[in-house]
Design a protein around this ligand. Structure first.
Ligand code: BTN
Length: 254
């Protein structure tokens, strides 16, 4: 089913699917066939939901939001974090507005409630033939709305949570609307990074001792000093100050 809306002066075309392997993969296919910016794929269930760093994203039927937005941003590929971080602030703000609970952002793409992950974001850019600009980007957002009846699987049960207890049929639609409304406000002026201060304020790991992880291995440790002007993480390590723009970090258990 396909429905059109105007959200924040932006024409939005929502394609709703019951089941798909991955809304990001589906949206990528549409973008490669020239579907316009603002096309949004939403599924009730994903059979192969994808996360960052080649991981999977648990996407059971009806208990989450799984959506991907086609964007044609006027920024170079090295600025793709602007989009991921704008989406993270949009999700965090929308959840707070609808639930009244505090949210935090764990660099770079995870939204947390009560110290557990409720949302992950995967932005995939497609580079133009000239190699510098982006033809399109797919912004994928996955949110745990409620815990499935059988619970979260063992590998994530200690780190994942959901935004509500039980069922609330309206929260999904309202949350999608709020997220898109906030996101497209930032996106109008994305080059100016209108969400930078808000992203910094929400950082979960400022001041924390962290592990720096590459290819699933801890390659260094340090203290998180904050977020720089390009959304990289500023870390004090034994060899000096590093600015980390990719990979992942974890908080060290004291
Ligand atoms: C992460 O936590 O590493 C990112 C998870 C991103 C999941 C979303 S769900 C909608 C979209 N489709 C996908 O296959 N992945 C993203």
């Amino acid at each position: 089913m396909e429905t059109s809306y105007m959200i924040n002066n932006k024409k939005i075309n929502i394609i709703h699917l019951e089941t798909v392997d991955s809304t990001n993969t589906y949206a990528k296919h549409l973008a490669s066939q020239n579907h316009p910016e603002g096309t949004i794929v939403i599924a009730d269930h994903q059979t192969n939901g994808r996360g960052r760093l080649g991981r999977s994203f648990f996407s059971p039927k009806d208990t989450g939001i799984y959506m991907s937005v086609i964007l044609k941003p006027d920024i170079s590929c090295d600025k793709v974090l602007y989009i991921t971080t704008a989406a993270a602030v949009s999700v965090a703000t929308a959840i707070e507005k609808l639930t009244g609970s505090d949210t935090k952002i764990k660099w770079v793409n995870d939204v947390y409630m009560q110290n557990k992950k409720v949302c992950g974001i995967l932005t995939e850019g497609h580079i133009s033939d000239t190699g510098s600009s982006m033809d399109y980007a797919i912004l994928g957002i996955g949110i745990n709305i409620s815990e499935p009846e059988s619970g979260f699987p063992d590998d994530i049960k200690n780190i994942a949570t959901a935004i509500i207890n039980g069922k609330n049929t309206h929260i999904k639609e309202n949350l999608i609307y709020e997220i898109l409304n906030i996101f497209f406000d930032f996106y109008k002026n994305i080059k100016a990074k209108p969400h930078l201060d808000d992203y910094r304020k929400r950082s979960l790991i400022d001041g924390e001792d962290i592990n720096i992880i590459r290819c699933n291995k801890v390659v260094d440790t340090g203290t998180c000093l904050g977020i720089d002007d390009d959304f990289s993480l500023i870390v004090k390590t034994s060899s000096g100050i590093s600015h980390i723009s990719s990979g992942e970090v974890s908080v060290r258990i004291k």
